[in-house]
Design a protein around this ligand. Structure first.
Ligand code: EPU
Length: 338
């Protein structure tokens, strides 16, 4: 374990923002982490936990210690007729775990193909796409409390999953480090593809029976076409969450904007696509110097060059103001801002 000093984080966040970490350490196993957190030298140092850096916007240099979690390994730890428990290190690239599952015909996470980031970051915001969320295949996770270096296990309920949310994004933010995630996958998978665009594309395959590989290939293709690849254009996927508003507010908005889309949620709220609201306010495809709103998906903010995090934050603030003025809806960020 080597603590490095004054390290650029440009290659370690998918927005490609060039900020500097005063101290930086790459962690390859949980004992190294326990060791690090037990050292009195680092007790009072602010700490930032970094996975794939795909859901973070840096707006300034980080004065403390950045702990990059690179714990590897994917292993089947239990199976019966129906299910299979797969344990993966927090540093595993999320998509590698999806490909592992699909290749073994283990169902549950195939719709979450091509989501950038690491396994350890996936539960933090309960990643989701095309009708699925991580929580639906989640079994448990293991991790370490930063203050005490104590190891503990969280089962699904304890994670308090919600839409792009969990206890790790709230009460345990900067207090807990995930080291392993265990998923419960299905050995007799039933592909799920009710989501409009996925359904349309799947039907073009004209098959009697669809495999989970068909689903993951189709979704990977859709994502490729719609979402910018961070290796060529800096971005962190959806910048905002899709807002949930109550029915009355939705009906009020409909009076003035009859074409507003909305989806009723299980808790009887209405989820409105933020991408639609942003597009309606005229932002889609707009570029201001080196930052902009992606031309194919208005929910994605992009860094075309050497932008600062503050340039992106300023753009986000302007977007929020215009959505608030036009629709009376307050957007909230999905990405973590530092
Ligand atoms: N829409 C527009 N204009 C846009 C973008 C979207 O009108 O510029 C409309 C679409 O026509 C569609 C609706 O909004 O009717 C939903 O669009 P889409 O299917 O692209 O999904 P989204 O709600 O914008 C969410 C997730 C994405 C995920 C997709 C697919 C959030 C915040 N985002 O986006 O997740 O890939 O669904 O399931 O929930 C991410 O979290 O980083 C992410 C990319």
């Amino acid at each position: 374990m080597k603590i490095q000093k004054n390290i650029s984080l440009k290659s370690k966040n998918t927005f490609g923002i060039d900020v500097c970490a005063a101290k930086y350490v790459d962690i390859l196993d949980e004992n190294e982490l326990i060791d690090l957190l037990s050292q009195s030298t680092f007790k009072d140092e602010p700490k930032l936990i970094l996975g794939g850096g795909s859901n973070i916007l840096f707006t300034q240099d980080y004065k403390g210690l950045v702990i990059k979690i690179s714990i590897p390994g994917i292993k089947i730890i239990f199976e019966d007729e129906q299910t299979c428990l797969v344990k993966a290190g927090a540093g595993v690239i999320w998509n590698d775990l999806v490909l592992f599952a699909v290749e073994k015909n283990l169902g549950g996470i195939e719709n979450l193909v091509s989501i950038p980031g690491t396994v350890g970051a996936a539960p933090v915001q309960n990643i989701g796409a095309y009708g699925e969320e991580l929580q639906n295949s989640f079994h448990s996770l293991k991790g370490i409390f930063i203050n005490t270096a104590d190891e503990t296990v969280f089962d699904k309920d304890e994670c308090q999953f919600a839409y792009r949310d969990s206890i790790f994004k709230r009460e345990l933010r900067e207090k807990f480090i995930i080291t392993y995630v265990i998923l419960q996958l299905n050995k007799n998978p039933q592909p799920v593809f009710n989501y409009g665009m996925v359904k349309t594309e799947m039907e073009k395959l004209h098959k009697d029976k669809y495999s989970i590989k068909d689903v993951s290939d189709t979704i990977a293709k859709i994502r490729d076409e719609k979402l910018p690849n961070p290796t060529s254009i800096g971005n962190a996927g959806s910048f905002f969450k899709n807002p949930e508003i109550d029915k009355d507010q939705f009906l009020e908005i409909k009076k003035e904007h009859p074409d507003t889309p909305g989806f009723t949620t299980p808790n009887s709220m209405v989820k409105v696509p933020a991408g639609w609201l942003i597009e309606k306010c005229g932002w889609k495809g707009k570029r201001i110097n080196n930052v902009g709103v992606h031309a194919n998906q208005a929910l994605v903010l992009v860094n075309y060059g050497n932008s600062r995090g503050l340039d992106i934050l300023n753009l986000a603030a302007e977007i929020k103001i215009s959505v608030l003025k036009t629709f009376g809806i307050e957007l909230t960020e999905e990405v973590n801002i530092y």
